[in-house]
Ligand binder design. Structure first.
Ligand SMILES: CC(C)[C@H](C(=O)O)[C@@H](O)C(=O)O
Ligand code: SF4
Length: 472
């Protein structure tokens, strides 16, 4: 008896080249994104073996992690840190040597790899998309099978345009109903990770569905898929719909005219069959979700904004008790302390999770009503030069600047401590990024993950606040 196939199964079947030993298959890769951090050894491997990049035109390179978000006009010369500059220079040499399309630092299309891929239409529905970066899951928002790979796999894709993979399990997360006022895609994915845990989707490709997902705009869908990796998933997927096609239409690398119409009719078939079987199913009620904030050093350590920091004493076992106690110690929080009211030092609105134009609009809507609290530094870092340009055309830059925010150039910025934008030891940050590990935003820094609107509200209040009760 044959049962239906999931969207993941269908994309897999369409790209499986040949079985290898054990559970492994050779999978064809449609698109390969690269950045400066995980590509150098892969290029070195190619050189050593005197190999070429098999399909350079299916590859796209950009520098994002090590780039400063000021002095952009200077290009690579503006990178003060020697190691960071060397890494970007190496990428620039390698893309020339191997003939790979590259978006230079000073180009208006430069940005975070996971923001520019979809924006340029490099990522399309039904494709396999890889990058030496865990948040490649972002691209799954378009119904592409997109996942992060290691440096040796980057070399394998360079040389062959294929990858060795085993078939993952299927998981479905259905989100019923609509999200409440002030509740965003970021709150939804934080709530999901809070519920299923950072290992909740291990070994699975997650397909998100349900009314709340259908209602999300493409930026919101990217936010959800982006953080799938934080739940342990191999990839996150959302079946493409008319919203997806509308968003893609007219972008530089998207088929145009008749070819676009044809592509859409193919893309409309990209959905799980009604009788497809999932290895695991989770159902979440959208209307029950509140704005979420992380209190610990793992993305599952989250609670609703009207909640409290947990008390280790209430944990079920000794291991968990010790874990919570350690997180509270690092975060300098008291057991049972309300989340609302925790004072902050910095605010970061940016990253591949939340730095698209929709995110900046949401933050600006709050920023326009107040001024950054004295003593707080607040950065707004667009996800790409295109996002920056769009924001400026709408006057969002002026709203942020008038409210005392810094308005920067695109890059990963304070999402991780690889460039000039960092926390000082002991500083506390309201951040729209995706990871809150110890030292993630700088050694000794403390991160509270939240949505762009919540982060903007925190900047103005000088402390964590519920954006729904924020007096604007
Ligand atoms: C530097 C890179 C390899 C890393 C990743 O894989 O995700 C980074 O982007 C991150 O977010 O931690
Ligand atoms: S913005 Fe953050 S999460 Fe995204 S690729 Fe850059 S460092 Fe990784």
């Amino acid at each position: 008896m044959s049962s239906g196939r999931t969207l993941y199964d269908k994309i897999w079947d369409g790209h499986a080249v040949a079985p290898l030993s054990g559970d492994d298959w050779l999978l064809y890769i449609d698109r390969h994104l690269i950045h400066e951090v995980t590509s150098p050894q892969a290029f070195a491997g190619l050189k050593q073996a005197s190999r070429q990049v098999r399909r350079p035109e299916l590859t796209l390179a950009v520098a994002d992690h090590n780039v400063p978000t000021i002095r952009r006009k200077l290009g690579v010369a503006g990178i003060a840190d020697r190691e960071s500059r060397a890494q970007v220079e190496a990428l620039e040499r390698n893309v020339i040597e191997f003939g790979i399309p590259y978006v230079p630092l000073i180009h208006r299309q430069q940005g975070i790899v996971h923001v520019i891929g979809p924006e340029l239409g490099f990522t399309l529905p039904g494709m396999t998309v890889v990058c030496g970066d865990s948040h490649t899951s972002t691209h799954g928002a378009f119904g592409a099978l997109a996942f992060g790979i290691g440096t040796s796999e980057v070399e394998h894709v360079f040389a062959t345009q294929t990858l060795v993979q085993s078939h993952a399990k299927n998981m479905r997360i259905q989100v019923n109903g609509a999200l409440g006022t002030g509740v965003t895609a970021k709150d939804l994915i934080l709530a999901i990770i809070g519920q299923i845990g950072t290992a909740g989707a291990t070994g699975h490709v997650v397909e998100y569905c349900g009314e709340a997902i259908a209602r999300l705009d493409m930026a919101g869908r990217m936010t959800v898929c982006n953080m799938s990796i934080e739940a342990g998933a191999r990839a996150g997927l959302i079946a493409p719909d008319e919203k997806t096609f509308e968003w893609l239409k007219g972008r530089p690398l998207v088929p145009q005219g008749e070819a676009f119409v044809e592509a859409c009719s193919r893309w409309r078939r990209l959905r799980s069959d009604p009788d497809a079987r999932f290895d695991r199913e989770v159902v979440i009620e959208g209307p029950e979700i509140a704005p979420m904030v992380s209190w610990g050093t793992s993305p599952e350590a989250v609670t609703a904004i009207d909640g409290r920091v947990p008390d280790p004493k209430e944990a079920s076992d000794a291991g968990r008790r010790a874990q919570i106690a350690r997180m509270l110690d690092y975060m300098d929080l008291r057991p049972g302390q309300p989340l609302a009211g925790i004072p902050i030092d910095q605010v970061f609105i940016g990253s591949c999770t939340n730095a698209r134009i929709e995110d900046l609009r949401a933050a600006a809507a709050i920023a326009r009503e107040g001024h950054v609290s004295p003593g707080v530094r607040a950065l707004v870092v667009p996800g790409s030069g295109m996002v920056k340009q769009a924001a400026e055309a709408e006057g969002l830059d002026q709203i942020f600047l008038d409210a005392g925010f810094d308005w920067r150039d695109a890059g990963c910025s304070m999402c991780l401590g690889m460039n000039e934008d960092r926390l000082n030891p002991g500083q506390r940050c309201a951040s729209t990024s995706n990871r809150n590990f110890e030292g993630r935003q700088g050694p000794g820094g403390r991160t509270h993950l939240m949505s762009p609107a919540m982060a903007a509200a925190a900047a103005i209040a000088g402390k964590i606040v519920d954006v729904r009760t924020f007096g604007v």
